[in-house]
Write a protein that binds this ligand. Structure first.
Ligand SMILES: NC(=O)N[C@@H](CC(=O)O)C(=O)O
Ligand SMILES: [Zn+2]
Ligand SMILES: [Zn+2]
Length: 347
């Protein structure tokens, strides 16, 4: 028996599109299934100013197929020298939808990020004034702190004090990976939201490390214990509007992942919707998938709800989805959920 599921044309509220050949390879994949996406600014060099965001947006639009209606929602990379007036102007013009905080050294291309939060308080104050959200990679970089604890410690040491100091600042905790993160969202008001990735709903640290090390499951924040994955699944399927999809699809060439010191990131864009339908079906919550990929994120960002729809079909036999993408500069493996997929986007 074939079943179909109609979704609002989804929004991906956390996406890495990169630049150059990689951008040209991956942008069409997302644009084929999503209406909009919050575009991460961690290029080399990073997207810091409004002018840089405008130029990057043009490069993204040029990488899309003719007639694509995909809308890139731009962000600025927060540095200790970011100019509050430039941020405010970029927000006022409608170009920029958020500013991204990377603690320096926390993740891919974060070296230009923030070392001392005091130095960015004037920008954050201005953002609170104008209602511009701050997207946060929430991990401390203190070498004393175990990698599996870095999200929980960030909440305690950085995020909670910052939100107490600037209660008007709207914050998105990006790619929440722990029960601690979920508990913190539960304790907060509607000024705090959180994105959840597809892969953190599917894999735990055993999947990455038992029976051999799987570099394609290495991402940041690192996948945690099973109890955390369960908490994320409950959050995603809870119907709480503060949770929405941010795939964090983060392409790195296979040669950069399958090496002695591999890059962090899972490339989930091609099969994200099939994986999510699978997860929500397993949780008996398919009816909550539409708002997780649609209304919740749009409402937080003050965007119109998606007007178009997309349909998924569930087949009786596993469907074949692409396993790799040729970027022109090398192969790029697609996230392997580790189980057969039955859902497929049909229109
Ligand atoms: N998530 C990742 O593992 N990697 C992201 C950076 C990030 O989102 O932290 C990347 O840009 O490669
Ligand atoms: Zn991140
Ligand atoms: Zn990311």
């Amino acid at each position: 028996m074939t079943r179909t599921l109609t979704l609002p044309l989804p929004d991906d509220m956390h996406l890495h599109l990169r630049d150059g050949a990689m951008l040209r390879a991956v942008a069409p994949v997302t644009a084929a299934q999503f209406g909009r996406a919050i575009i991460m600014p961690n290029l080399v060099p990073p997207v810091v100013t409004g002018a840089e965001a405008a130029a990057y947006r043009d490069r993204i639009l040029s990488a899309l197929p003719e007639g694509s209606g995909f809308e890139p929602l731009m962000t600025l990379y927060l540095t200790e020298t970011t100019d509050p007036d430039d941020v405010a102007a970029a927000a006022r013009s409608g170009l920029v939808k958020a500013v991204k905080l990377y603690p320096a050294g926390a993740t891919t291309n974060s070296e230009s990020g923030v070392r001392d939060i005091e130095r960015v308080i004037p920008v954050l104050e201005r953002m609170a004034e104008i209602g511009l959200p701050l997207c946060v990679h929430g991990e401390v970089t203190d070498p004393e702190i175990d990698i599996f604890d870095r999200e929980a410690v960030f909440i305690e040491r950085v995020l909670a004090p910052l939100r107490a100091r600037l209660p008007g600042l709207r914050v998105v905790m990006e790619h929440v990976t722990t029960r601690d993160g979920v508990d913190y969202v539960a304790s907060a008001d509607s000024g705090l939201a959180a994105t959840l990735t597809t892969h953190h709903l599917i894999i735990n640290r055993n999947h990455m490390l038992v029976g051999g090390i799987r570099p394609h499951y290495y991402c940041l924040p690192i996948v945690k214990r099973e109890e955390h994955r369960q908490a994320l699944r409950r959050a995603a399927t809870s119907g709480d509007p503060r949770y929405f999809l941010g795939t964090d699809s983060a392409p790195h060439l296979d040669v950069a992942k399958e090496t002695a010191c591999g890059c962090a990131g899972c490339f989930t864009a091609p099969n994200t919707l099939a994986c999510l339908a699978h997860v929500f079906e397993q949780e008996g919550a398919l009816e909550r998938l539409p708002s997780f990929v649609g209304a919740h994120g749009a409402a937080f960002y003050g965007l119109p709800a998606p007007a178009a729809t997309i349909r998924l079909e569930r087949a009786d036999a596993p469907v074949e989805l692409p396993r790799t993408l040729d970027t022109g500069e090398g192969a790029l493996s697609v996230f392997d959920p580790g189980f057969p997929l039955f859902w497929r986007v049909i229109s």
